[in-house]
Every structure is written in structure tokens, then in C-alpha cells.
Design a protein around this ligand. Structure first.
Ligand code: UP5
Ligand code: MG
Length: 190
């Protein structure tokens, strides 16, 4: 069916590992549509939707928003883009997210970029970001790290067992990390 013609890659990595920064670079070079689940959820809060308050509370606590909410936003953004190549950033965050997305959309990622970075460095980046995110305070950051280890790492392990994970050392400079990312995408298209 038409859905199986869609191709997605997934960008994973802890809070502040540089997913958003690198995805912005990737779309410019490789023609993907970048879908940040976190950005879509934050836009939903701003739009004043009925789910907004619930989403805001969950983000403040570093918790994972129910799958059906996030998946609906992703599907809508995919349809509206008119593209057939997507880079999904920061989703799926737990096994339930992953299974629900695959069963609803029938899409599996071609590969998964994993931005590997120490907590120390991620914490430094998040505390320096200064963009007014409600979750960029030390209390919420600690909760985000805990959820990442407990819920998101198992998703990376699942994809790794399928040979889909491409791990990148994300502790280097933005330029150096992008060189490593480019090598992966270039190989993919060869
Ligand atoms: N920076 C980037 N790269 C750098 C480098 N190489 N060297 C030095 N500095 C670097 O980068 C973070 C900061 O570091 C920036 O200031 C950047 O300039 C600098 P960024 O690219 O923004 O990192 P990213 O990994 O995207 O960090 P982000 O904070 O967005 O990650 P999270 O995974 O925490 O946030 P997200 O927006 O995905 O999710 C937020 C919340 O939404 C979640 O905690 C959760 O509550 C909710 N959510 C769901 O419930 N479900 C979802 O599916 C998705 C989100
Ligand atoms: Mg991000």
C-alpha cells in the first residue's frame, strides 16, 4: 500500500545529546523532513489544544506523553509534509511507543542514529541552552535522564538487536559530529 512507500529513519539520544541540531543539518543535505516529537508536542501546547495542559505537565515532569497523542501529531505532520522521507527525532521513547507506532502506521525505520553522550556533557548543554524550555532546569533534567535510561535505552537495544543502530560519538563538536552523521547517510545512499 502507499504507506509502505514511506521511509523513515529515527534519531535517538539522551536529552541534550544534539538530536535537534544534527537533524537540522541532515535535512539540509539529504532532503528529509525533520519531525521532532518534542517540537510537535510543544507546538500543540502553544496552539491551545485541549491536550495542552496535560502535555505541559508531563513535559515539566520529564514523563512520556501517551502514544496516541504523539503518534497522531506525527502522522498529521507526515501527511502535511508531502514528502516520503522522514527523520523522526526523539521518538519512540519507550517500547510501548515503538510497538504502537509500528502497528498503527506499519512503518519501521530503516536505521536508527544513536547520539551517544555522557550525562555530564548533556547536562552542561541543557543548562546553557537558555531557550525558556520548562524542562531545562536541573530538577527536570535529572528526571529526563532517568526516563531515558529506564525507558528509551531499551528501545535502542531492540533496534540494535535488529542491526539498525548507527552509534555516533556525540560528545564532539557540532561539526565533528556532523561529519560522522554524513558518513552514515552517504554510505546508505551508495
Ligand atoms: N549542542 C548541540 N550539539 C552540540 C555539540 N556537539 N557541542 C556543544 N553543544 C551542542 O542540543 C541541546 C543544546 O546543546 C543546544 O543548546 C545545542 O546548541 C547544544 P539539541 O540539538 O537541542 O539536543 P536534543 O538532543 O535535541 O535535546 P532535547 O532537549 O531536545 O532532547 P530531549 O530528548 O530531552 O527533548 P525532546 O524535545 O525530544 O522531548 C522533550 C519532552 O517531551 C520529553 O522529556 C517528554 O516529556 C516529551 N516527549 C514525549 O512525551 N514523547 C515523545 O515522543 C517526545 C517527547
Ligand atoms: Mg530536541
Amino acid at each position: 500500500d502507499s504507506k509502505s512507500a514511506l521511509r523513515i529513519d529515527v534519531s535517538k539520544g539522551g536529552p541534550g545529546s544534539g538530536k535537534g541540531t544534527q537533524c537540522a543539518n541532515i535535512v539540509q543535505h539529504f532532503g528529509y523532513t525533520h519531525l521532532s516529537a518534542g517540537d510537535l508536542l510543544r507546538a500543540e501546547i502553544k496552539s491551545g489544544s485541549e491536550n495542552g495542559t496535560m502535555i505541559q505537565e508531563m513535559i515539566k515532569e520529564g514523563k512520556i506523553v501517551p502514544s496516541e497523542v504523539t503518534i497522531k501529531l506525527l502522522q498529521k505532520a507526515m501527511q502535511e509534509s508531502g514528502n516520503d522521507k522522514f527523520l523522526i527525532d526523539g521518538f519512540p521513547r519507550n517500547e510501548e511507543n515503538r510497538a504502537a507506532f509500528e502497528s498503527i502506521t506499519k512503518i519501521e525505520p530503516e536505521f536508527v542514529l544513536f547520539f551517544d553522550c555522557s550525562e555530564e556533557e548533556m547536562e552542561r548543554r541543557l543548562l546553557n541552552r537558555n531557550q525558556g524550555r520548562v524542562d531545562d532546569n536541573i530538577e527536570t533534567i535529572r528526571k529526563r535522564f532517568k526516563v531515558f535510561l529506564e525507558s528509551s535505552i531499551p528501545v535502542v537495544e531492540y533496534y540494535d538487536s535488529k542491526g539498525k543502530v548507527r552509534k555516533i560519538d556525540a560528545a564532539k563538536s557540532v561539526e565533528e559530529v556532523f561529519e560522522a552523521v554524513k558518513a552514515i547517510f552517504t554510505q546508505k545512499y551508495e
